[in-house]
Write a protein that binds this ligand. Structure first.
Ligand code: KG4
Ligand code: ZN
Length: 345
């Protein structure tokens, strides 16, 4: 192996995927393994933290073996270990953090803590080099944020949700029409065949901030379903899905457009599970096709939780000199800005 190749082993266990990856030089995926627990959580209508932790414990060594085998490597080939330290479910995060610390201690490798959202953003660097200033629209089950980056590893949150995250709203609306968890992809599919007949509200659309709000929209959808049923009329799930999606996508894209213009960014990055949404992808492409900004949306397997993205973010942190000590702990509510301000040690 060439000496100057940097190999990062990355671990992600913040929610319901036990994931590990090996990333070469920050941008090349050598191996990427994701063990999903979705089937175990489906019957409960969402992720059950205790069940998630138990699955991570069962899976973590199996996933490690598979990742090394896929890469045809041993721990000796690894230069550093990156792990999601937060935010996420504390019990779930702890499994990954403990595994990472154990490996770092046993094999004498540097340890790097990674913020989960930094990972979602850096998933895009697996496709192409970043150009600054860069704006990232992060839309996942737990987050809806507009993040401005002027350099690697520095994150400025310029807008965020005041209540529910976009993915959370998708999952709740899906549940209200009887769909199983996670509902986002199913609403997306229904929306393709429905029409925006209900014209749900677009919250904070004319507000000067870059903040979002989705809980009013979720309530409007649930009330509409309820009222329609009470009148003895049939609810069109396709039209509910299409109308809900039109409202979410309109707000996301219009705020993103304004932020792109105001900050004169070179690249727009879309990250997180909801970045897989077909309606959002189509509207973003259409809105920015005439604009002088490069829109980057990762392939679906890098939109939802994975460890390749954690490896990509860890690689930059490693180059910048960040090292975690063995007192690294799971931090369920770690803020991106606090993470970015951590000192180099
Ligand atoms: O990033 P992610 O895998 O996990 C978190 O960090 O939260 O995002 C999961 C979220 C879920 O709410 C799921 O319903 C949503 O992403 N999602 C989608 C789509 N695919 C996943 N939402 C809308 N349309 C999709 N195609
Ligand atoms: Zn995520």
């Amino acid at each position: 192996m060439e000496k100057n190749n940097q190999m990062i082993l990355a671990i992600e266990t913040s929610c319901d995927e036990t994931a590990m990856a090996i990333i070469k030089n920050g941008q090349e995926v050598v191996a990427n393994v994701v063990a999903s627990q979705i089937e175990s959580h489906k019957r409960f209508g969402g992720v059950v933290p205790e069940i998630a932790s138990r699955h991570h414990i069962e899976q973590i060594t199996v996933v490690l073996e598979e990742t090394l085998k896929k890469a045809n490597m041993t721990m000796d080939d690894i230069d550093a270990i990156g792990v999601t330290e937060g935010p996420g479910l504390v019990g779930a995060l702890l499994i990954g953090v403990t595994a990472a610390k154990s490996l770092a201690f046993a094999y004498q490798k540097p340890l790097i803590g990674v913020h989960h959202i930094a990972g979602h953003i850096y998933a895009n660097r697996l496709l192409k080099e970043f150009q600054f200033p860069l704006l990232s629209l992060v839309v996942s089950g737990g987050h809806t944020e507009l993040i401005l980056m002027r350099e690697h590893g520095k994150f400025e949150v310029i807008g965020e949700t005041r209540d529910d995250a976009a993915g959370e709203a998708y999952d709740k609306v899906a549940k209200s029409i009887g769909l199983t968890y996670p509902g986002g992809p199913q609403i997306d599919k229904l929306a393709q065949v429905g029409e925006d007949t209900y014209h749900f509200p677009r919250a904070l659309m004319d507000d000067e901030s870059y903040d979002f709000s989705f809980s009013g929209l979720k309530t409007a959808v649930i009330n509409t379903i309820h009222n329609t049923k009470q009148k003895g009329e049939e609810v069109s799930n396709e039209n509910i899905a299409a109308s809900f999606q039109a409202s979410v996508v309109d707000v996301l894209v219009s705020k993103t457009y304004r932020a792109v213009k105001e900050h004169d960014v070179k690249q727009l990055i879309v990250a997180g599970g909801v970045a897989a949404n077909q309606g959002l992808r189509a509207k973003l492409e259409d809105t920015f096709k005439q604009e002088d900004v490069e829109v980057m949306i990762p392939p679906i397997q890098y939109c939802t939780d994975n460890a390749a993205m954690i490896g990509a973010a860890a690689s930059i942190a490693f180059e910048q000199g960040h090292r975690a000590s063995f007192d690294l702990n799971a931090n369920p509510s770690l803020s991106l800005e606090r993470y970015a301000k951590r000192s180099v040690k």
